[in-house]
Design a protein around this ligand. Structure first.
Ligand code: ATP
Length: 199
């Protein structure tokens, strides 16, 4: 599995549709200060479901939409697409290539897509569980992240090991199942109370 290409349109400084191809192995982004290198990394995090404006270096999420220049009007929509090679079927969709997309309108509406089908953020996140990708995983190591990992609390650090070991998905499913069980217990109690009252 590797990131084959990405396309940005209306995202931060990328007003025009911009297509970037990556090859297997190491790719480097080079350019003068302020040319948009970090914006590309922001775009990868964003399409993977990042919800924190701080992590997007923005005050509000709409700030990721191209906000215009003296020569050019601001845009009303930002869109980022990642094309991921899935030949080894690490992502649980039976397709050799997977395209994920996030779109945000200036009125706050947002959409996520997997292979051009609208999905909920939850589904997009679940696709990347246990792959090391995903917004809280370790595939994006920015400046200071290693220090942060080394100085984090043991429980926080354990999350990274769980992700690498491939158990995050099962742990989250376990938590969801426990919640459902709790709800079902409450329902049974209520039914028993009603039965006691009517008998
Ligand atoms: P450095 O090498 O200094 O870290 P960089 O190449 O990583 O720079 P970025 O931080 O990616 O640069 O890009 C900064 C540029 O992006 C700034 O010129 C800023 O004005 C522009 N920018 C950020 N958000 C928007 C937006 N919503 N609309 C238009 N331009 C934006």
């Amino acid at each position: 599995m590797f990131l084959k290409s990405m396309e940005l349109m209306g995202f931060k400084s990328f007003a025009d549709r911009t297509h970037i191809d990556f090859s297997p192995g190491i790719s480097a982004l080079l350019g003068p200060n302020g040319c948009g290198k970090s914006n590309i990394v922001d775009a990868v995090k964003w399409v993977l479901g990042e919800q924190s404006t701080k992590n997007m270096r923005a005050l509000k999420m709409e700030d990721v939409i191209f906000n215009g220049t003296v020569k050019r009007k601001a845009l009303n929509v930002a869109e980022v697409t990642l094309t991921i090679s899935n030949e080894t079927n690490i992502l649980e969709i039976d397709a050799p290539e997977i395209e994920i997309k996030r779109r945000l309108y200036r009125n706050g509406d947002s959409e996520y897509f997997i292979n051009n089908t609208v999905v909920r953020l939850k589904e997009l996140r679940e696709l990347f569980f246990d792959t090391g990708i995903g917004k809280t995983a370790y595939s994006i190591l920015e400046q200071g992240k290693i220090d942060q990992i080394l100085s984090s609390r043991p429980e926080e650090r354990r999350y990274l090991f769980e992700e690498a070991a491939g158990i995050t998905k099962y742990k989250l499913k376990g938590i969801e199942a426990a919640k459902k069980l709790e709800k079902t217990r409450d329902n049974i109690k209520q039914v028993q109370n009603i039965l006691t009252e009517v008998s």
